[in-house]
Write a protein that binds this ligand. Structure first.
Ligand SMILES: [Zn+2]
Length: 246
């Protein structure tokens, strides 16, 4: 059996098992009876919690330091307040930058923070079965994946292994910014923002789950860029969102 067909067999076998034992939602996200989950909040309230947490992180007054608290409750269920698609970059640490604890953030990470099929499925799971009210596409300053995509386009650089496949997904953002002003000195920064914008748009319109949840107001998709140097998360279209009160 090839590795691919073996993987397929294992995946379909596992799926069949979970369906036969429990309905899908319960199998993934058993919930305590009678309690109000922490993520039963509005999309704006979830965003405000993140941005207030980021303000604490920037000011170096983070409050999430006791990671043993709540372990027993977390063993039973998860109720994350936000799902975040972030870069794999080691300097990007969402729980730290938003001052959140274990169980608060549902993360999908890969270099270049773009939406692919498996990442989309993970995020669909987060909104459908975990009732996550907020989804953020999070880019960051000085992103090596975006830099590589720019280099490939400008210098026709050949990359090894599977990297060309990943870079392919980042090319649309780089091409868009090059089209508007090819000689701009800040092409990388612009492409980082454009990549977030494109992927947020893709997520908002992704059929059948995301589009429906967004239209029904159950989920908000926002874009943001993390500044590694300052620790600050800058929301895109910030005027459209409720500003943090502190
Ligand atoms: Zn990156």
């Amino acid at each position: 059996m090839s590795s691919v067909s073996r993987r397929h067999f294992l995946l379909t076998g596992a799926a069949a098992l979970s369906v036969s034992v429990l309905p899908l939602g319960r199998a993934f996200a058993a919930q305590e009876e009678g309690s109000t989950p922490q993520n039963a909040i509005t999309t704006d309230a979830a965003l405000q919690r993140l941005m207030e947490g980021n303000a604490r992180y920037v000011s170096n007054i983070s409050k999430h330091k006791d990671f043993s608290a709540g372990r027993a409750a977390r063993a039973k269920a998860q109720h994350p307040i936000a799902a975040i698609l972030a870069c794999a970059d080691s300097r990007v640490a969402p729980e730290l930058m938003f001052d959140q604890g274990p169980g608060d953030l549902f993360l999908v990470r890969l270099a270049g923070n773009f939406v692919n099929e498996d990442g989309l499925a993970s995020l669909e799971y987060a909104i459908q079965f975990l009732s996550v009210p907020l989804v953020m596409i999070l880019g960051h300053s000085n992103c090596g994946a975006i830099k590589a995509a720019l280099q490939v386009i400008q210098e026709n650089t050949a990359l090894p292994g599977h990297l060309p496949h990943l870079i392919q997904s980042l090319k649309p953002a780089v091409r868009n910014v090059k089209k508007t002003d090819p000689s701009a000195p800040d092409l990388v920064e612009r492409a980082i923002v454009e990549n977030v914008r494109l992927n947020a748009q893709r997520l908002k319109t992704a059929e059948p789950v995301f589009k429906r949840f967004v239209q029904q107001g159950k989920v908000k998709v926002v874009g943001a860029v993390y500044d590694i140097g300052t620790g600050k998360v800058n929301l895109m279209d910030a005027a459209a969102h409720q500003r943090p009160s502190s």
